[in-house]
Unconditional design. Structure first.
Length: 250
């Protein structure tokens, strides 16, 4: 009876530990059973936790000159004016075209064999000395054999392909005219949400006439593509296994 009670107490303790380790995440997941994943509300990226303005080396700013009698007003929209993104709050389309393929194979082999033999079979007249001295004296002055070999192989095969588009918002205008952009797209299909995040620094000259830019021309590019939902949850190991993977040294 005592052993059974101990097992019950141990099981309860393990369950309590697991509940504490999972925290509010497990509670939220239990509350969301049968519900579709909620989409994130549209928010200002600059007010999000962890947001930091981009700091880059900039040339000295140059004073702008204006014509007092000009017929055109700075900042006004016109039919013939360039409609590409150029200031904070403007929107441009980022074409994500990421294709990466790597195939690397390395092999190193090494082998060495050594053998030393003096060929001297009678050490200081060992044959003329009776036992037990003959058991102590060596039959040869020096005999040594050694063999070593090593064989190392390594290979890397990787192929990635991502093609999509996402609208990004200009969040910052750098002193040299470059634009800091950030865009996020969420698509929900049944009980799975796919997320695409793009951020980086764009040069206005690289923006095409249709207000699009290729992801390969974005400096400091940060592109993330993933998801959350039932399928992603099944693909992840349980939190207990993740804890053991971190703590176990073998």
């Amino acid at each position: 009876m005592s052993s059974k009670l101990n097992r019950i107490v141990l099981t309860a303790a393990l369950l309590a530990t697991g509940a504490v380790a999972s925290g509010c995440s497990a509670v939220d997941r239990l509350a969301a059973i049968g519900e579709r994943p909620a989409l994130t509300a549209i928010e200002n990226p600059t007010t999000q936790p962890g947001y930091k303005p981009v700091q880059m080396p900039m040339p000295k700013p140059e004073a702008a000159s204006y014509n007092a009698n000009s017929l055109w007003r700075n900042g006004s929209r016109a039919f013939f004016k360039d409609q590409r993104a150029h200031q904070v709050g403007d929107i441009l389309t980022v074409t994500v075209n990421f294709t990466d393929k790597a195939n690397i194979a390395n092999e190193t082999q090494r082998s060495r064999t050594n053998k030393e033999d003096t060929g001297v079979t009678d050490f200081i007249g060992a044959k003329t000395i009776t036992n037990p001295a003959t058991a102590v004296l060596p039959g040869r002055v020096l005999t040594a054999d050694s063999t070593s070999s090593s064989d190392g192989k390594g290979s890397v095969q990787r192929q990635e392909n991502l093609q999509t588009s996402v609208a990004a918002v200009v969040t910052q205008l750098l002193p040299n005219g470059n634009l800091v952009v950030e865009g996020k797209q969420e698509i929900r299909v049944n009980f799975e949400v796919r997320e695409l995040i793009v951020a980086g620094i764009v040069r206005p000259e690289d923006i095409q006439s249709d207000n699009t830019i290729d992801s390969s021309k974005i400096a400091q590019a940060r592109i993330a593509y993933g998801g959350r939902g039932q399928i992603t949850d099944v693909q992840q190991p349980r939190y207990g296994q993740q804890v053991l993977d971190v703590l176990l040294p073998f």
